[in-house]
Each structure stands twice: as C-alpha cells, then as structure tokens.
Ligand binder design. Sequence first.
Ligand SMILES: Cc1cc2nc3c(=O)[nH]c(=O)nc-3n(C[C@H](O)[C@H](O)[C@H](O)COP(=O)(O)OP(=O)(O)OC[C@H]3O[C@@H](n4cnc5c(N)ncnc54)[C@H](O)[C@@H]3O)c2cc1C
Ligand code: SF4
Ligand code: SF4
Length: 449
Amino acid sequence: MRSQIPSFRLPATVLDEEVGYILDMVLTTHFNHYVDSLKGLLDQDYDAIFVGSGAPRGRDLPGLPGRQEGDASIHIGIDWLSNVAFEHIEKIGKRVIVLGGGNTAMDCCRTARRVGGEDVKVIVRSPFDSMKASTWEKEDAIHEGIPFVDNHVPLEFVIEDGKLVGMRFEKVNAVFDENGKRSLVPTGEEPVLFPCDEVLVAIGQENAFPWIEKNIGIEFDNWGMPVLNAQTFQSSCAKVFFGGDSAFGPENIITAVAHGHQAAVSIDLFCDGKQVNQRPPPGTNLLSTKMGIHEWSYDNDVTTDVRKIVPLVELTSALQNRTMEVELGFDAQAAFDEAERCLNCDVQTVFTDDKCIECDACVDICPMDCINFIENNDESELRQSLRVKAVIAGQDIYVSGNLETGRVMVKDENVCLHCGLCAERCPTAAWDMQQFFYQVTKAAPLCIK
Ligand SMILES: Cc1cc2nc3c(=O)[nH]c(=O)nc-3n(C[C@H](O)[C@H](O)[C@H](O)COP(=O)(O)OP(=O)(O)OC[C@H]3O[C@@H](n4cnc5c(N)ncnc54)[C@H](O)[C@@H]3O)c2cc1C
Ligand code: SF4
Ligand code: SF4
C-alpha cells in the first residue's frame, strides 16, 4: 500500500493513522527484515504462520525486440512506483509511454506526470471500453491531460545508438466469436511509431515465492499459487496460512483485510487445538426500525439525485506536488446530501402473513410496483405474472404463505427501494421495516494475548 499506491491517492498520514491502530495493539514487530526462508521460520517453532507477502512481481515483455538494449529506460510499473515512493527515483524523461490498461497503469501515468513527464500517454492493446482500469481511475487520468491510445499491440522497443527512442505498435481491432471470446485482429495498416524517452510496463502482476522452499510440505498449483482452503486459508502445511494478494492473486485492500480476518479465525481455532473448518457463525440480527407510528430512523423520500462528484485539488498544483492528495473530499453539506441518497439496503421489508387484510394499500403506494397479491404458481410462472416481471433468475423473489383469500404476496427484492412507504401505509403493521445487522466473525480475544 505504501510503496505502490501513490500518495496523491493514499497519503502517508492516512496510512500512518490506520497502521498505527494495529501497532498500538502491542505486537512484536520486526521491520526491515526480508524473510528469505519459510523453512527458517518453521524451524523457530511458531505455533502458526500467516503469509501476507502480496503479489510482488510485475509482468515484463522479455521477448519483445529491443527489451534488453533499452533496459535502462524501460521500467516495470510496480517497481518504478516503489522507487518513486522511496525517493530512489525523482524524475522521468519528458516523453513517457505507459503500457497497460489496468489501475497500475493509471497510477504510473499520473505519477509520471508529477515527476517530469510532459508527453505521457497510455497505450493499451484492448479497446478503451474494455480496459481493466476502473472508470473513475481512467477519468482522473484523462482529467490530468493523459491521452489513451487503444487497440495497439506492442511490436518492438525502437533502439538507436544503444538508446531507447520509441516503440512500434501494430493496430488491431477487437473481434468477438459466437462464445464472446475476444481476439485482437490486425487491421493490416502500417505499424505506428510513438517516440519516447522512457517506458513503464504495467501489464499485470503475479505472485512469486522465491523464499518458500519446495520441500517443506506447502503445495503449489501449476500457476505457482499455494493450494489453499478457500474458507480457512490454511495451506497444505497445517500451521501455515495465506491471505491477501499472496493467497489467490492480486485483488484489493478490502479483500486482503477480509482474508486477514478469516485467517485469524482459523489461526485462533488452530492454536486452540480445534477444527479450523468448524467456524463460529457471523452475528446477524433484525431490529424493527419503527420507533412509533410514522417515526423512522431513516429517510424514505424517493428522489433521483445523482451521485455527488468529489471535488479535486486545482490541477496545476496537483501536478507540481507528487504527494498532494488530489481528492478534497466532501464538505459537510455535500456529505449530508450524498448520505441522503442511501437506498437503505440494510433495512429489510419484513412481511407477516397473518396480519395482512389484503386491502391493497401497500400495492397502491409502492413507487416501484414490486408488491403483488396473486395466485400462487411455479416460480417461473410467478416471475412472469408480477406487475414488474422478475427477470433476474439469480435474484430470489419473496413468496408469502397463503393469505385469507388463498392468494400469496410476492415481492421482487431486486426492485424494492427500501423506502418504507408500504410499512407506513399498512393499517395492520403487516409490513415492518427491520434493520439488518451483520457482524463478521472475528478471532477470539485469546489470539491477541
Ligand atoms: C499500483 C497499485 C495501485 C493499487 N491501488 C489500489 C487501490 O486504490 N485500492 C485498493 O483497494 N487496492 C489497490 N491496489 C491493490 C492493493 O495494494 C493490494 O491488493 C493490497 O495491498 C494487498 O495487500 P497484501 O497485504 O496482500 O500485500 P501487500 O500490500 O503487497 O503487502 C505485502 C508486504 O509483504 C512484504 N513482503 C513480501 N515478501 C516478503 C518477504 N519475503 N519478507 C518480508 N516481507 C515481505 C512486502 O514488502 C509488503 O510490505 C493497488 C495495487 C497496485 C500495485
Ligand atoms: S419499501 Fe418501498 S419500494 Fe419496497 S416494497 Fe415497500 S413501498 Fe415498495
Ligand atoms: S397494506 Fe398491509 S394489510 Fe393492506 S395489503 Fe398491504 S400488507 Fe396487507
């Protein structure tokens, strides 16, 4: 996080605060230690070991002509970002090509703009719309004046007098077969030369475990990934657990944290001599949010407000200071307005069959037409008979028990806005809005001691 996510997106002060909460838990830490042997750790007889070593290897283009000769001016994106973060690199040439279409490419091009790159462009094989980078990351790069050249496949690094002077690309079109499989088909046009001083290669990341010996009981699959239980994160060596990017490949921070929680539960059970797959369930609860008639703990006004845009720092200043946080965040009013757009997904509509007198008042008031009182039928038929057909098969519909008239109440949860108007209207409180609480299972305090 610190070495690769640029500080203009994730400032060191934020990281220090967050990491500080963990360090304050009185842990024994060994910073500035490279672990060069897992066997060495196992020999120290720890009760359990958690491996969270990330996905540290950036993909390269070793076979592309000119790669070796141009090496001094060609950098692996994630390594280059680390070098910038640690201030080993403070500048880059004026003309920079960033290869790749993911979020790392977006961080590379935006960082290059801040350390001397004037003509920085992203060149990607795929069409712009199918680039892996998140839409908002692409928007931020475009906002900083970075052009995207899509449908261009690298052919060679062009070297003159032993020095990188550009890259040549083949133009392609994305063609999809009947199964939706994509091929990049050359257009037949002449290759295109883009002059440049330096190239950042951001075409993917992979795992690497050079420090894990092959003969210590940890099984790896054909792709070099540890064989793990997807729920417990336990490896084939019972006392070694993996999590984060090192477990199943590059993901994101929130996934790494979730893995950490689950692995901690496993380690806690393991150290206690219990089965790691007999896991305590998460905490769940439903609580009525009604505090009195027509008094609700959330806003049920149905609006079509669009998402508020997070204001950004002025562009010239942002590009002059690599560590200046770009997003200014919401002021109190914008934050309040944005929070008002909440769809109350945590508030469930709970229906009690035997309270319903089938007056249809809730059907009238529902702004989404998602309440139906109809004859029961097969699920596929029911889905077609709703006022708004329930077309997403993977999304459950709610079917009540039989009502007084023999009909049932059917509701498509996918359409419901959780506005609560049905509950407000219902004369018998057959509808009740109940807040759902979910607490992920955490390792017992024993583990912290
Ligand atoms: C450029 C870039 C931008 C990203 N932006 C975002 C983003 O905006 N939001 C988001 O959620 N995710 C983002 N990610 C992904 C996110 O950074 C990772 O998914 C997350 O950091 C994974 O956490 P981790 O703990 O598994 O591994 P890491 O955060 O990679 O941490 C692994 C740690 O292990 C250390 N280590 C490795 N091997 C050894 C060893 N042998 N001995 C000792 N220490 C070792 C490393 O030095 C490192 O400190 C980004 C990734 C990249 C590359
Ligand atoms: S909560 Fe609102 S949208 Fe959902 S069923 Fe009730 S009235 Fe309809
Ligand atoms: S408003 Fe209440 S009583 Fe009337 S049909 Fe709806 S759930 Fe039944």
